[in-house]
Design a protein around this ligand. Structure first.
Ligand code: FES
Length: 128
């Protein structure tokens, strides 16, 4: 019962975002040749991956041992690969697809007519 309540609160908090404009368009973002850019959103450093026309905001540092993910690469399946030990993470759900048991922190990205935005959760439990 308590687990259901916690999941409900987490889902509820995840619906509430403060949206931050990061660029007028994709062309303004300085992607590396690996299709990953380092971005600043409301004082927070993140990585922004580009894969098949979609954009994914995720943690700047790898959850394993702090490798800089914008120095990594995106594999043919759309997973970001950490340059330090090669762990792979699904950019859509944060799952560690190589099975080491870590989760990558993600933020939603919207490519709107007036620019690109990243959402930062505002709920009390958004840090979970
Ligand atoms: S620091 Fe990223 S896989 Fe080890």
């Amino acid at each position: 019962m308590q687990l259901h309540l916690l999941n409900f609160l987490k889902n509820k908090s995840m619906e509430e975002y403060s949206w931050h404009k990061i660029a007028e368009s994709e062309r303004e973002i300085l992607f590396n040749t690996n299709n990953i850019a380092m971005i600043q959103v409301n004082g927070k450093t993140m990585s922004l991956g580009r894969y098949r026309g979609y954009f994914f905001a995720f943690a700047y540092k790898c959850p394993h041992a702090g490798g800089i993910l914008s120095d990594g690469w995106i594999d043919p399946k759309g997973n970001v690969v950490c340059p330090v030990h090669g762990y792979r993470f699904n950019m859509q759900n944060g799952r560690n697809v190589t099975g080491e048991g870590y989760n990558l922190k993600l933020w939603p990205v919207e490519n709107r007519q007036d620019g690109m935005y990243v959402g930062i959760g505002e709920g009390l439990l958004s840090w979970l």
